[in-house]
Every structure is written in C-alpha cells, then in structure tokens.
Write a protein that binds this ligand. Structure first.
Ligand code: SAH
Ligand code: SF4
Ligand code: F3S
Length: 475
C-alpha cells in the first residue's frame, strides 16, 4: 500500500473494526503466555508530537498493548519524528540503523516511522529506500489510523506507506494516555499559516485549523473532574486561534472560558507569535487569575532587516514596544523566547541587534538555535549562508549573555516564596522533590513524595545553573 493522498476527510470511527480485531488477538496472546504485547514510542520534537504520542499510546492501551522502556522487549517500536532542524533528523537515522539487528532477531517486530519527517517526500523516500526494515510509514494527519496499519502489516506482511499532504478535519474523541494526572497538554489548533522562511513546520503540519471551543472546554472539564490542575494550550500560533472558525471566538475569549472551569488552577499556553498578540489577550492574561505569569514569545532575531527576510511581520522596535506593554500590564511576568543565530545574510550588526533585544527585555530563559538549512523552505535558497564557525562564535556569545541575565533574575528570587506544583522526585537527589512555579521555574526542595501532583509553598534559598533550590514554608 502506498498512499500519498491530499485533503482526506478523517474517518476515525472506521478504526473500530481494526481495533476490535487487534485487541482480540492481543488478549488471546495474553491469556496464553501471561504477558502483554509491548510497544515503545520514541518521541522527538515539540509538544505537538508529545501530544500525538499520548494519543497513539491511548489507542494502543485500548487494544491490549502495554508500554515498555526496553527496545529489546518491544513488539512495536514507533518513531514519532521531527524535521525542524538537521540534528533532529540525524538522531532518528542513527537510531533506525541500530534497529536493523533487532529486526533480524525478531522478524515479528513492527517498526513504524511517523510524525513530521515522512511528510516531506524526499525524506520519506530516503527512509523507505535506506531502511528496509521499517514496516509502517505515516504522517502527522493520519496517525489515528495506526490500528488499520498494524492490521494490514500483520495480515499481509507488506510494508505500509500512508502519508497525507493535509487533513481536512480535526479528530475528536480519540483516547489519550496522559503521562501525568495533574497536568495535561491540550491541542487547541493544528497547522500553521505563517510560512516563516526558515521553517519546515507549515509543510509538515498543514494549514491552520482551530478546534471548536465546546470540544476544548469539554476535554478540559473532563480532565478537571479526573484531578487535572494545570493545562497547557498548544498551537504553533495560539494568538490566531479561532480565525478559521465560523463563530470567530478569539484566543482571549477562550482563556476567559477556561478560567471559569472548576478544579483547574493554572493555564499555560504556547506558542505566541508577536504579530498576533493583541491588547485583548494582554487584558485576558491580566484578568484571568488562573493564567500564569509566563509568556513564551519567540523573537527569532533582533534585526528588523533579518526579521523581514524571515517573513516574521514585525520589527525590532515593535517587539520591544510589545514587551513593554506586557510588562506594564503584568509586572511579574516571566518572559522566554526562541532565537535563531546565523540566518542567511546575518551581519555582525544584525547579531548585535539580537544581543540588544536580549539585554533590553531580560528574558528568564531562551531556546537558542543555530540556523539549519531545511530543503524546500525559501531561506534554504538564499545566498550568503553563514559559515559554521561564525554561527558558533555568535551562538556562544548569545548564550553567555542570556545565562548571565537569567542568573541575575533567578538571584533576585532568593528569599521570596512561590507556589510550586510538585511534579517529580528529583533525578539527581532522591531526597528532593521538583516542581514548577507559575512562572515556569524549576524548583527543588525537600518534602514527602505524597506531595507529587499537589501544590506547595516554597521559599527560594539558592540558585543553580538549571534550577532553583528552596524550602517548604507554610503561608
Ligand atoms: N510555532 C512556534 C515554534 C516552531 S519551531 C513559533 O513560531 O514560535 C520552534 C523553534 O525552532 C522556532 O521558534 C525557531 O526558533 C526554531 N527553528 C525553526 N526552524 C528552524 C531552522 N530551520 N533552523 C534553526 N531553528 C529553527
Ligand atoms: Fe514555523 Fe513560523 Fe509557523 Fe512558528 S509561526 S511554526 S516558526 S512557520
Ligand atoms: Fe518538529 Fe514537527 Fe514539532 S517538525 S518542532 S515535531 S511540528
């Protein structure tokens, strides 16, 4: 089967018959051998992929599979891939190569590659030609058809390649196995219409489409009843939420509605595009008590000239004015960002503008990226690609500047008390718990593990490179 389709209506309901068949088979296996068939999903890239993986886990759990973290134990291995930078791509090729032997040892093992990489034709062709041991190849629009693809492979032993250029509908009603009970990702939209010239995402995720507010609210209400306290609303550009809906509900209006849901204590969202961040949204952030004091606002470059070449539709001054407006409305706001270094044609002066924005805004932290050529995007064709050594030099300088600013911001938190949602036992020191403040700072402190999933008040005592340390206090 080799299906490269365009704009297909999703038909999740049709999966039921395949799901029933697989479940029956897996239950027979379990009754015979006393163990469940196992799957492992390796997820690369952004929260969109994380959430799609949660959905595939939900599906697999419903049809009699169990999860494993040992590749050798798995009957089904899924790579949910990312194409945003070259290194994301290379990681997957390396790992796929390693699996050749595993497949030889266990011919019944099913290996799948899905997500953003197969959406690009050349990448898809490379995977199918070079890695003959890959059984299923599908994309970002049709992962809900996983049961049908597993069934097809099992019955015919033929490889399945099924990738759609775009998907018309958003799929509602799919199960999701969430990693945590107390916090959840909620997709509020899919796709992207912005076509920033460096970015592959609009080609791998299709056009922007918003979910209906009633579907989003229904999902969050259900989660709240089950004990969820924090939601993160996801979209490539959440600020343009609602534009594709007939009812034209804005993102700000959606925040007010979610703010009213009982049981939810924190609302996060990402990502915000500066060009669409409205005064109405700033007001909503200020007025909705549950919306946290954290905004991820990628600026990508401080140079208006480069921003124009990136097709970002704002300039340096506009970004700085926007930040001032946000800081004025929400003085405690923590700001984070994404920055690309070494976009084609970036001069020393352009880079100085980037450093200038970093210094003027004072970001709490930033994701910094070396520009990576993505074939098929306009920037890949631009002349004046920047040599690697210059890119690295600028990158190091940028990182040092950001680190010193965020160290200073963290230092100023010492002695203050913050509400922390406790998430885990600390990886480095098992006697410590870790959690996040509303401003998204990672805090470690001593406390009983029963606090996981609950809130604690923590007074900050120390700052480390990647986190803060504190002690629990009563307020
Ligand atoms: N929709 C989000 C995030 C998209 S991808 C947004 O617009 O902010 C996450 C980040 O990857 C981007 O913000 C950008 O900084 C970075 N990125 C995207 N394409 C890249 C490329 N070709 N090279 C380097 N970094 C890139
Ligand atoms: Fe990529 Fe730009 Fe869309 Fe973000 S807004 S996903 S950077 S094209
Ligand atoms: Fe990567 Fe796809 Fe997300 S390319 S960043 S996984 S949308």
């Amino acid at each position: 089967m080799n299906n490269i389709k365009k704009n297909i209506l999703n038909d999740y309901d049709n999966q039921k018959e395949y799901m029933d068949r697989i479940k029956e088979r897996n239950d027979v296996f379990f009754n015979k051998f006393g163990i469940r068939r196992k799957y492992m999903i390796l997820t690369y890239g952004c929260q969109m992929n994380e959430h799609d993986s949660e959905r595939m886990e939900g599906l697999l759990g419903n049809i009699g599979y169990e999860t494993t973290s040992d590749l050798k134990e798995a009957d089904l291995i899924i790579f949910n891939t990312c194409l945003v930078r070259e290194n994301a791509e290379l990681k997957v090729y390396g790992k796929l190569g390693e699996l050749k032997q595993l497949k030889k040892d266990n011919p019944n093992l099913i290996i799948a590659v899905c997500g953003c990489m197969p959406q690009k034709e050349e990448v898809r062709d490379y995977i199918t030609k070079k890695y003959r041991h890959v059984d299923l190849v599908f994309g970002t629009h049709n992962y809900y058809k996983l049961p049908e693809m597993i069934e097809s492979k099992t019955q015919t032993n033929n490889r399945v390649v099924d990738v759609w250029e775009d998907g018309e509908d958003l799929i509602e009603g799919m199960p999701a196995k969430r990693k945590y009970g107390y916090k959840a990702f909620i997709n509020i939209m899919k796709g992207c219409n912005n076509f920033c010239t460096y970015c592959i995402v609009p080609y791998t995720r299709g056009r922007e489409r918003s979910r209906l507010p009633e579907d989003i609210l229904g999902e969050i209400m259900k989660l709240a009843k089950e004990g969820c306290k924090e939601v993160t609303l996801l979209g490539q550009n959440v600020n343009s939420y609602g534009k594709s809906l007939e009812s034209k509900v804005s993102f700000a209006q959606l925040l007010y509605m979610i703010n009213d849901i009982e049981g939810i204590r924190r609302i996060r969202f990402m990502t915000s595009h500066p060009k669409d961040l409205s005064d109405e949204l700033i007001d909503a952030m200020k007025n909705c008590k549950k919306v946290v004091e954290h905004l991820h606002l990628p600026f990508q470059s401080g140079s208006s000239r480069i921003l124009k070449k990136m097709n970002r539709k704002y300039g340096k001054e506009q970004y700085l004015v926007l930040v001032e407006k946000i800081k004025k409305a929400i003085p405690d706001i923590s700001l984070t960002t994404d920055i690309i270094v070494g976009f084609p044609g970036e001069t020393d002066e352009d880079f100085e503008d980037t450093l200038d924005v970093v210094k003027k805004v004072g970001f709490d932290s930033a994701f910094t990226f070396l520009y990576s050529i993505r074939t098929g995007t306009p920037a890949a064709e631009m002349k004046d690609q920047i040599p690697d050594d210059i890119k690295h030099e600028r990158f190091d300088k940028l990182l040092a500047t950001i680190n010193s600013i965020s160290a200073k911001i963290n230092q100023d938190m010492i002695g203050r008390t913050f509400e922390v949602l406790v998430e885990n036992i600390s990886k480095n020191d098992k006697s410590m718990l870790s959690g996040r403040t509303r401003s998204f700072k990672l805090v470690h402190f001593k406390g009983p593990k029963e606090l996981i999933g609950k809130f604690a008040n923590v007074k900050i005592t120390k700052t480390k490179t990647w986190f803060l340390e504190g002690e629990m206090v009563q307020r």
